[in-house]
Every structure is written in structure tokens, then in C-alpha cells.
Design a protein around this ligand. Structure first.
Ligand code: UD1
Length: 430
């Protein structure tokens, strides 16, 4: 029964350093399959999704050497199977990138249907549309996806929905295809740009990543490379809301402030202080904040992955706020948990109406998914009394050293494994 226990009430104060971006890492690791050589990846977040990805790649024949906690060298010269382990690939969503990468590398792949956080139906039709446009055949059945292509040929792909995953997958499959590919209505998220930069660093010819039209000129092969992953926009945003919800003052280092603009704008709007530096933001709040309305949107709009953390902040603010979730149909599963802590939130379909309360009280809650898990920890750190958050395996998927970073900021939080440890924590903290 691994869980976090915390006693809320301390304002989080101090410096925190943000890790590399999870959503870039889980695309860059499989992208290394395209090299048929070696590459060194730096600023890699040491999180469970990355570790599972490494296992998948090793199962395919890659050799991985960790040079340090956040850097590895991957040798993809001996990829000797086109069957990815189903138990591992069906564990998380981003395993779908194996398809694009292996179509490019071997013209064939069999993987389990991608799993991941349960935020709604999460179809992969746009991924398949991209693969098929490039000349692949895709069969789905019995929990597996089998994709094959004799030869991939450049094509025009129009995405009916702006999808991060489908955009990156189309890039992965197109970089070694013959001819030119155009992806229209492409996703513009920072990690889409980072993956394009990684592919370009090994010799791909991708232009326009970060705009809604990406053009890719296929090349014949890639060379070895070294690459450093961008900082995680969502981890940074999570600490920004943690500063505000606990009325603290945090200097958040190793960030790209431009990627945080939508989050900064909303925090400033409700009365928080956000000061930008070249590669840091300082976020603080000294008083109870005001309400606002938020609609989640593709980048540069407000990120859906920050929606639960922002809901926690608004649930403590003065007045009524409305959050509209436009990306996923079922992303308010944490509301019942937050209600146990005293939040007043009414959910109607994809809309949450939040009536701010003065404070939360501690409760035993469980994490329904990754970002909601982090949001509940922030709620616990701002609540009166003790809170436990269980199902924290979700949090490990995306946050490196979460508990340690929060502790360093003065948060009273600990990982516990049994009732005895819970009792010990309560006795110690008092
Ligand atoms: C990625 C992120 C996730 C983030 C999400 C939105 C990774 C590994 N995960 O997820 O953290 O919450 O972007 O910013 O990068 N859709 C379809 N058909 C498709 C693909 C998507 O209908 O083929 C829909 C989805 O159900 C969703 C919307 O499009 O409603 C956006 O999803 P998408 O951008 O693809 O998200 P993911 O790549 O799954």
C-alpha cells in the first residue's frame, strides 16, 4: 500500500529544478530506433514511463547504457524483432510511438493496444490515418496492432483533430519515407518541436514544427547524435500551482518561460505574482486569490494536463470559477476525491463549476490518474491536517523525485508503505 502521507499548512518556499519533459522523452526514446546507430540522450527524466520505454526498446534488441541518472546512450544497431512486448506496450499510451518508429526502421511492427490514463475514449484513428497515407497497412484485433509497409512514401496528411501523438507518429514514420510529407493541422506543443529537433539532429529534414503545417523531406539514413531534452512544461506548471495553492514562494528553475505563458497568464489573472527570468520563473502568492474561467485547448492554449492542478488552486480561491475541458471527455474523475477534502465542485459533462472555499481539510484520497494525482498532493499540502494519497504509481509515471522536491520546499510529505509508517509520520509531525 505505497502512498504519500502529508500534513498540510506549510507554504512551499525555495528553489526547485525541473526535470526533462516526459512527453518529449517518451517519443525521443523510440525515435532512436530510426538511427541504426548510437545516440546519447541527456536531461532525460528518471520516471517510470521512461524506464518502461527502455525495457520495450531492450526487448526489441536495443542496448541501453545509463551514463548517469538523467543520461543514457542507446545503441539500436541490433534491432532483431518486430514484435514489441504486449504486456509492456499496453501499459501506457505513448507506446504508440513504437509503431511510427518501427515502420520507419523495419517496415513492420506488432504492439499491444496502448493503455495509459483513463481520460476518455482516446482513439488512435488519426495515427492510423497518417500511417495509411504513407503506405502502411494497419490491422487491429485481439488487443494488438499490426502495422506493415513494403515501402513508405511521402504523402499529404490532414489531421482531422489536432493530436500530439498522431502528429509525432506521422513525423516518425515520414522521416525515412521516400519523398515529401506534409502534415496539416499539426499539433504545436513544445514536445512536438523537441522531437522534430531531435530527429533533425540525427539528419532528418523537418521544417515547420511548432506551426500547424509540418513539412518533411525523407532522407535515406541517419547518423549518430547527442541530444538534450527540453524541460517539462507540466512539471513546471505543477510547481507553479503548488506555490500559489500553499501561499508560498517558489523559484522554479530549468524552464522555458515561453512554454508556461498560458499558465502564468491565468495565475496572474487571479492575483498571483509571476516573475520571469531567462530560464526560471518565480511564483508567489501572499493572499487568497480570485476566481477565473479556463478552457483547455491545444498549445498555445491552456494545457489539459494542468487542468486538475489549476482546479485545486481555484477551489481555494474567492468566488466561482468555471473550467471547460475541451480535449478529453472524462477528466474530472478527481473531483470526488477533492470533495472529500472540502472542495465544492459541480461537474456537468465537460464543465466543472467551482465555488471557492477558504481551505481544505485532510482526507484519505486516491489518485485517479497522473496529473490528478499530483493535484491531490498539492491539495494535501495546502489542507489542514493529514492527507494520504494512494495509487501513487500514476505520479511516478511523470514526476521525478516528486516527494523529495516538495520536501526540499518545506512540504511535510513522506512515502509510506504500511499503517505503522503512517502512525510514525503522524507522531513525528504531530
Ligand atoms: C498527449 C500527451 C498527454 C496530453 C495530450 C493533450 C503524450 C505522451 N501525452 O496525449 O499528456 O494530455 O497530448 O495535450 O504526449 N484523438 C483522436 N484520435 C486520434 C488521436 C487523438 O480522436 O487518433 C483525440 C483524443 O481522444 C483527444 C484529442 O484528440 O480527445 C487530443 O489527443 P492527443 O493530442 O492525441 O493526446 P495524446 O497524444 O494521447
Amino acid at each position: 500500500m505505497e502512498q504519500y502521507i502529508m500534513k498540510g499548512g506549510n507554504p512551499l518556499v525555495g528553489d526547485v529544478t525541473i526535470s526533462g519533459a516526459k512527453n518529449a522523452a517518451v517519443a525521443i526514446l523510440p525515435a532512436a530506433l530510426l538511427i541504426n546507430g548510437t545516440c546519447t540522450i541527456n536531461n532525460l527524466p528518471n520516471i517510470s514511463d521512461v524506464k518502461i520505454y527502455c525495457e520495450i526498446l531492450e526487448n526489441l534488441g536495443a542496448k541501453i547504457h545509463w551514463n548517469s541518472t538523467n543520461e543514457l546512450t542507446i545503441d539500436t544497431r541490433n534491432i532483431d524483432t518486430t514484435e514489441a512486448p504486449i504486456d509492456l506496450t499496453s501499459k501506457f499510451r505513448a507506446s504508440y510511438y513504437i509503431i511510427g518508429a518501427m515502420l520507419g526502421r523495419k517496415g513492420e511492427i506488432e504492439v499491444g493496444m496502448p493503455g495509459g490514463c483513463k481520460l476518455g475514449a482516446r482513439p488512435i484513428d488519426q495515427h492510423i490515418k497518417g500511417f495509411e497515407a504513407l503506405g502502411a497497412n494497419v490491422d487491429i484485433g485481439q488487443g494488438k496492432i499490426i502495422a506493415k509497409a513494403k515501402k513508405l512514401k511521402g504523402a499529404s496528411i490532414y489531421m482531422d483533430i489536432t493530436s500530439v501523438g498522431a502528429t509525432i507518429n506521422a513525423m516518425l514514420a515520414a522521416v525515412l519515407a521516400e519523398g515529401t510529407t506534409t502534415i496539416d493541422n499539426a499539433a504545436k506543443e513544445p514536445h512536438v518541436v523537441d522531437v522534430a529537433n531531435f530527429l533533425n539532429s540525427m539528419g532528418a529534414k523537418i521544417r515547420g514544427a511548432g506551426t500547424d503545417v509540418i513539412r518533411i523531406k525523407g532522407v535515406e539514413k541517419f547518423g549518430d547524435c547527442q541530444y538534450s531534452i527540453i524541460p517539462d512544461q507540466i512539471e513546471a506548471g505543477t510547481f507553479m500551482t503548488a506555490a500559489v495553492a500553499t501561499k508560498g514562494d517558489i523559484m522554479i528553475k530549468n524552464v522555458i518561460p515561453k512554454h508556461l505563458e498560458a499558465i502564468s497568464a491565468k495565475l496572474i489573472e487571479i492575483g498571483a505574482e509571476v516573475v520571469e527570468f531567462d530560464d526560471a520563473v518565480r511564483v508567489s502568492a501572499t493572499k487568497r486569490l480570485e476566481s477565473t474561467n479556463i478552457k483547455t485547448l491545444p498549445y498555445p492554449g491552456f494545457p489539459t494536463d494542468m487542468q486538475p492542478q489549476m482546479a485545486v488552486t481555484l477551489a481555494l480561491s474567492n468566488g466561482t470559477s468555471v473550467i471547460s475541458e475541451s480535449i478529453f471527455e472524462n477528466r474530472f474523475r478527481y473531483v470526488d476525491e477533492l470533495t472529500k477534502m472540502g472542495a465544492t465542485i459541480q461537474v456537468d459533462g465537460r464543465t466543472a463549476i467551482i465555488s471557492g472555499v477558504e481551505g481544505f481539510t485532510g482526507a484519505d484520497v486516491h489518485a485517479p490518474d497522473l496529473r490528478a494525482g499530483a493535484a491531490l498532493v498539492i491539495a494535501g499540502l495546502s489542507a489542514k491536517g493529514f492527507t494520504t494519497v494512494s495509487d501513487i504509481g500514476y505520479i511516478y509515471r511523470g514526476y521525478e523525485q516528486f516527494e523529495q522536491k516538495l520536501k526540499q520546499l518545506g512540504g511535510e510529505i513522506q512515502l509510506v508503505n504500511n499503517e505503522k509508517e503512517v502512525a510514525k509520520f503522524k507522531l513525528k509531525i504531530g
